[in-house]
Design a protein around this ligand. Structure first.
Ligand SMILES: [Zn+2]
Length: 310
């Protein structure tokens, strides 16, 4: 008996060593699909669709700005070893483009999530950072399209669990449709002339287009463009002239810019409030209410409506 246990141990050790050498370690070693997603929003969507059949890791944590994010050597290894890679695209992950181009040349299963949306639904922009606004997650209906595409991608790679992914996606999409209705209902509480959303950078274009807000960001579409003094001056004039009651801080952008704007408005004899913190390019902390996409969208619309409808 002892002999048999000894053989089993040696064989197990051998298998473990071989797995380590082949570079296949971490890939489906627990029967789960190994998925890497760049942003917290995408990781959350993959988690919702993949359920227990996938192991998802988001490269960027809460509060991390994807426009400025630089992949570490460890990230590149994780991307290389993953079964499936999901990223936003449309230049959101500005500094990671080359890595994804490289991976795409190597037959890797990669989903450029936002680029599955048809061009006529994207907001065209004239910027140094691509031709379309990348912040598609703020239109819940567009995000549903992304979720559907995640389901397709996981099912293609892992046909055995196709039914699981379908069921999870269907349930999640139902939840997202309710979320979309919730946002529409809450927006009605803000008088039409007060539907102006001013934030740290231009992340809310899709939100504005879908839910009927005029949106303005102090910085442009990418936080890689610094706000100039002229930007602060123009926006401060606008806020004071139109008596906009509140402006908003973003979780992934330093607060100092919005504070400078508030001061500039005060110098024009009008008091604008900081209406609270919105989650723009990342979700909140895991485990908190805002740690999921649904929780984040609810937090944002509640914060916006509560401040602007005062
Ligand atoms: Zn952004």
């Amino acid at each position: 008996m002892k002999k048999i246990i000894g053989y089993v141990c040696i064989i197990t050790l051998l298998i473990m060593t071989m797995a380590g050498c082949s570079g296949q370690v971490d890939q489906e070693d627990d029967g789960k699909l190994n998925v890497i997603a760049t942003t917290t929003m995408l990781a959350d969507a993959v988690r919702a669709v993949g359920g227990d059949s996938v192991k998802v890791e988001g490269l960027m944590g809460p509060g991390i700005d994807p426009h400025l994010y630089k992949a570490s050597a460890g990230d590149v290894t994780k991307i290389r070893e993953a079964n499936v890679v999901v990223y936003n695209g449309l230049y959101l992950e500005g500094k990671m483009g080359e890595i994804f181009d490289d991976m795409a040349r190597q037959n890797k299963t990669i989903l450029k999530a936002a680029e599955v949306i048809s061009e006529d639904k994207l907001i065209p922009v004239d910027s140094d950072y691509g031709n379309y606004d990348p912040h598609v997650w703020f239109n819940v209906e567009l995000w549903i399209e992304v979720v559907e595409e995640i389901e397709k991608t996981l099912s293609n790679y892992d046909e055995e669990n196709k039914e699981v992914y379908k069921k999870n996606a269907d349930n999640y999409i139902k939840e997202l449709k309710d979320l979309h209705s919730y946002v529409e209902e809450r927006v009605k509480e803000v008088p039409k002339e007060k539907r102006v959303l001013i934030t740290a950078h231009d992340a809310f274009g899709y939100f504005g287009e879908k839910y009927g807000f005029e949106v303005m960001g102090l910085q442009g579409l990418s936080t890689a463009t610094e706000a100039g003094t002229a930007d602060v001056r123009n926006l401060a004039d606008y806020i004071a002239e139109n008596e906009i009651p509140a402006i908003f801080v973003e979780s992934s952008v330093p607060v100092k810019n919005i504070e400078a704007l508030k001061d500039a408005v005060a110098a024009r004899g009008f008091k604008v409030e900081i209406g609270g913190e919105l989650f723009s390019d990342s979700l909140g902390d895991p485990g908190s209410e805002e740690g999921t996409y649904v929780g984040t969208i609810k937090h944002n619309i509640d914060t916006i409506v509560d401040s602007l409808s005062k």
